[in-house]
Design a protein around this ligand. Structure first.
Ligand SMILES: Nc1ncnc2c1ncn2[C@@H]1O[C@H](COP(=O)(O)OP(=O)(O)O)[C@@H](O)[C@H]1O
Ligand SMILES: Nc1ccn([C@@H]2O[C@H](COP(=O)(O)O)[C@@H](O)[C@H]2O)c(=O)n1
Length: 528
């Protein structure tokens, strides 16, 4: 076991940057090549068409004596589930209680009992695990074995599909056991555990052989006999502490099957954002009336018409496009500010006269771009709302299943912590709402973090009336959506992929829904 303070492993998706098109290249539609397989390692939807979460993360509890091989088993499971997005290990060590200075003196003399169940902050362990299981974020304490102390910092975790909770007391409390979908006990010979512990604690935890033996005889062994070993009766599977590759493979087969069953359930119930879109097969559900959608559309002034005309024009230079995108985003964010709360405020002018006015009544305001095209609104946002923290979300649709995939979540501090998220106003930025799938997933992510639905202001240049907007509206009626214009149609097509050694070595394309008349691929026109 390594000396990492938090045994936290992320597997699966490394961030997949979008593959850029060469400058000036128009959107090119073509049919997918036969036998083209695109595998996306992002996280598929974990919610249904109504926006509510379906099911939870799969949680595995791994208990066993100290140095029995719990971490090894957990890491081997992570490795074997490599293609599954985001498998995390949550170690019980992170939940050792904070120690007073008197306790620290005892700890350094090997006189403090770290092997009694009361040494662990069980309510906190269970609460963090419950949050992660319910797809919420959690900020996990960080523990130092060298200092025998919980540190000031915390580790932010969010979005796991599988969570492995490991520790000597992982099966001890009912509050933890009730959270597991699978309970494992690692059974290991006592001599082997002692030998491994001496080696590990001397090498990785800065201990002496005498100290380790002293602690072992005083606390570790009696605790194993009294508290740890008896919990093996709660386990679904007993795994040997060595030569356990077959047992681990069997566990992984079980987990994969469980996840497959859940994912079919997701797919049946997930948002179907194309209901009212004109498809290649010709079926066409009439789009909803504009009033039904409850959008805040910027007044169609001559100035707004002029900007939109420039942006829709494929012959405009990139410099023009960038300049007018920045102008449009500034105007839209200004317009969106009407949704924030204001309080009366009276000031005194330089000539000493009282002037009644308004002041913003929002504690935290932040922006979150849906990458990549949401980044086009960032400059406008920063011009209007000074010093607001920005975050980003990377969501792409899987070319095979068409499902949106969450590839990266980078949220500002104000949203990472639940108590702050509950008081935050968040401007969610994307260039357009077409199928609505990325908007849907982004809103779900913010709600998972505790942001209030009516504190989310979604700002987009364009919304497709015939796209997923009506489903989005039904699922999240309180989210404010601000746009410059509403286009009627969405057309299905295929965007040719550009070969790129790093991000797209085979040059595979992806299925896209194109807005009509639209502005083309706004991100490509702005960034390339
Ligand atoms: N199946 C195994 N085969 C060989 N060595 C193992 C095995 N499991 C664990 N070990 C070794 O034993 C030591 C303790 O294992 P670890 O998984 O960290 O224990 P725990 O998390 O239960 O305290 C580590 O050095 C690890 O490499
Ligand atoms: N400050 C501490 C805290 C805990 N321990 C020992 O760690 C053991 C649990 O960790 P494993 O990775 O071995 O499961 C436990 O037996 C405690 O004695 C410690 O030595 N110092």
């Amino acid at each position: 076991m390594s000396a990492q303070l938090l045994k936290h492993v992320l597997s699966g998706p490394s961030v997949m940057p979008t593959s850029p098109n060469p400058p000036g290249k128009d959107l090119k539609l073509f049919q997918p090549k036969k036998n083209t397989v695109l595998v996306s390692h992002g996280r598929p939807p974990w919610y249904g068409e109504d926006g509510k979460k379906i099911g939870n993360a799969f949680v595995i509890g791994v208990a066993g004596g100290s140095a029995s091989g719990k971490t090894h088993v957990a890491r081997e499971i992570v490795r074997a589930l490599g293609s599954i997005p985001t498998v995390i290990i949550l170690s019980q060590d992170s939940f050792y209680k904070h120690h007073s200075s008197e306790e620290l003196v005892l700890a350094h003399a090997n006189m403090l009992d770290f092997d009694h169940p009361s040494a662990i902050d069980m309510p906190m362990f269970a609460s963090c695990l419950a949050d992660l299981k319910q797809c919420k974020q959690s900020n996990i304490p960080v523990y130092s074995f060298a200092e025998h102390q919980r540190l000031q910092e915390t580790k932010y975790l969010y979005g796991a599909t599988v969570i492995i909770a490991e520790g000597i007391m992982a099966l001890h409390d009912q509050s933890l056991r009730s959270l597991y979908d699978l309970k494992i006990f690692v059974q290991c010979d006592s001599d082997l555990m002692l030998a491994r512990r001496i080696k590990r604690d001397v090498k990785e935890r800065g201990r002496s052989v005498e100290g380790v033996l002293d602690q072992y005889l005083r606390f570790v062994k009696p605790s194993y006999d009294n508290f740890v070993r008896p919990t093996s009766s709660y386990a679904d599977i007993i795994v040997p502490g060595s030569n356990n590759a077959v047992a681990i493979e069997l566990i992984c087969t079980h987990v994969r099957r469980q996840l497959r069953e859940r994912s079919n359930q997701f797919r049946e119930k997930m948002a179907i954002p194309h209901l009212s879109i004109k498809s290649k097969s010709g079926s066409h559900t009439p789009p909803p009336e504009l009033e039904e959608l409850n959008l805040t559309v910027h007044p169609n002034t001559p100035q707004m018409k002029g900007i939109l005309t420039i942006l829709r024009d494929k012959n405009r230079s990139r410099q023009d496009f960038i300049f007018f995108v920045d102008r449009l985003s500034t105007l839209l964010i200004e317009h969106a500010l009407q949704h924030l709360p204001y309080l009366p405020s009276t000031v005194v002018t330089p000539i000493g006269v009282e002037s009644p006015g308004k002041k913003l009544d929002a504690m935290h305001i932040c922006g979150v771009c849906i990458q990549r095209s949401g980044g086009c609104l960032e400059r406008g946002f920063r011009r209007v709302i000074r010093d607001a923290p920005m975050g980003s979300l990377l969501i792409q649709s899987d070319a095979v299943t068409g499902e949106p995939m969450c590839l990266q979540v980078m949220l500002p501090m104000a949203i990472r912590f639940r108590h702050m998220a509950e008081n935050s106003w968040v401007f969610l930025l994307d260039a357009q709402i077409g199928t609505g799938a990325a908007a849907f997933m982004s809103i779900r992510i913010l709600l998972d973090h505790g942001v209030r639905e009516d504190h989310i202001v979604f700002v987009a240049f364009l919304v497709a009336r015939g796209g997923g907007i009506s489903i989005l509206r039904r699922a999240f009626p309180e989210v404010k959506i601000v746009c410059a214009a509403v286009d009627d149609e969405m057309e299905e097509g295929w965007l040719e992929g550009v070969q790129d050694e790093l991000t797209n070595p085979h040059g595979v394309g992806r299925k896209v829904w194109v807005m009509q008349p639209g502005m083309g691929q706004i991100g490509d026109r702005y960034y390339l």
